[in-house]
Each structure stands twice: as C-alpha cells, then as structure tokens.
Design a protein around this ligand. Structure first.
Ligand code: DC
Length: 224
C-alpha cells in the first residue's frame, strides 16, 4: 500500500468534481479542482480588464495571482473567497480562451505540481494525466453523453440560483469542448494509460465504487 496521485480528466460538466471529491473523501486525500484555478485567473483578468492575448500584461498579472483553497474546497484568489463568482456564466464564457494561453498554463501547472508533491491528492481537469502528472498512479478519463452533461449542468446552475436555458448551457459546453480539445498547448485528450468511465448511466455511488476499486488496484488504502 502506498500514497498515490489520482488524475481525473474529461470534458466540461461530466461530473469530474463530484467523483473526485467523493473519492478524495473516501481515501482521506486532498481534492484539487484545477478548473477552478483557471476560473480564478479568468475572474482576475475580467476584473482588471486584461485581454488573454495581451502578452506582457498577462505575464505581469500572473505574478500577482495567488490561488489557494480553504478547508471546504472553496477557491481563494489572493485570499478572497471567489467560489461563487467563478461558477457564473460570465466566467464560463471566457475561461477556455484564458486557459488556452501558454503562460497561464505554465503558471498553473507549476502550482498544481507543487500541490501534488506529497502525493495523496485527487486532481481533476483536462491535462492532469497527460501533462501535470504524467506518472500518476491512477488516471481516470470520465465521459458522458453531451445531452446528459448539459441537463446536469443546467440543473446544477438552477439549484445555485443562476438562470439559464438548457440550450445556452449546451452551447457553452460545446464551445468549451471545442477550444479545450483543439488548443495547441496541452489539449484535452485521454492519456494512453487512463481508464475510461462513462457515467451516462451510472449513479454517483456506482462511479465511486468503480473508482475506489481502481484506486485500490493502484495501491491506495481507503478509509471506509
Ligand atoms: O472544469 P471546469 O469546467 O471548471 O474548467 C474550466 C475551464 O478551464 C475549462 O474550459 C477548461 C480549463 N481547464 C484546463 O484547460 N485545464 C485544466 N486542467 C482544467 C480546466
């Protein structure tokens, strides 16, 4: 038995964070939402009117951006709790453009690798198994049908009090999938050694059970 790193990658809104959080809890590991880091950078850019393509301003801004998480896994941007704000549509609309900028990625990947230095983490994102932790002991590639993802995301936004239509959510998902999968720097792709879990018809409990089984096979000990 050993401490391991678990990388969970996949398209937008296919339930990565739900699975990653419950898996981390079951193992007593730390959960890191790498997408939240790109969202926090996007919020900083919007607040400070920085265009993603403005090279030197972006580099200067990155020096000023410090992202961390509190005990409830909420995202802090330079110490300010921005968890609610980064989940809004105004951020979702712009985040893929920001996440495609190589200097932004370089800064985030460095932070993520530091967070994983002591192992015992579950990190979800798009390039975790391919770029951030290519040697992760367990890599999961999560996928689900597009319609199911859009409906789940729409319900989630409504529950949080954000009005949107399923069509608008679907359009945003497709837009982000396209940019995330076709960008030059670290595009979303399945690592050759990743295990695919299609959760279109799996309950949360079934997904967790499968992921825990994989984690045990990879050497982790769970607390349950
Ligand atoms: O997981 P999410 O939807 O909160 O991610 C927000 C955006 O950040 C998404 O459009 C792609 C990008 N992202 C990325 O490029 N690399 C990661 N490791 C995580 C997210």
């Amino acid at each position: 038995m050993q401490d391991i790193i678990i990388a969970i990658d996949g398209h937008s809104s296919c339930g990565k964070s739900t699975l990653a959080k419950s898996l981390a809890k079951a193992l007593g590991y730390t959960y890191i939402d790498s997408g939240a880091m790109y969202r926090a950078v996007t919020l900083y850019f919007l607040r400070n009117d920085i265009q993603a393509e403005a090279g030197s301003r972006v580099d200067a801004a990155l020096q000023d951006i410090h992202i961390s998480f509190n005990k409830r896994n909420e995202t802090l941007l330079n110490g300010e709790n921005v968890e609610e704000e980064i989940r809004q549509m105004k951020i979702s609309r712009y985040v893929s453009e920001v996440a495609a900028v190589p200097s932004v990625r370089k800064a985030m990947v460095q932070q993520q690798q530091r967070m994983g230095a002591g192992k015992k983490i579950v990190m979800d994102g798009r390039d975790i198994g391919t770029v951030v932790f290519p040697k992760a002991e367990l890599k999961i590639f999560l996928t689900a049908k597009k319609e199911i993802r859009a409906r789940r995301r729409h319900t989630e936004l409504l529950e949080k009090g954000y009005e949107s239509s399923v069509e608008e959510v679907m359009e945003n998902l497709q837009h982000r999938d396209h940019i995330d999968s076709t960008r030059e720097d670290s595009p979303l792709r399945q690592a050759a050694d990743a295990v695919i879990i299609d959760n279109s018809v799996l309950s949360r409990e079934e997904q967790l059970a499968r992921a825990l089984e994989l984690a045990r096979q990879a050497g982790a000990t769970d607390r349950l």
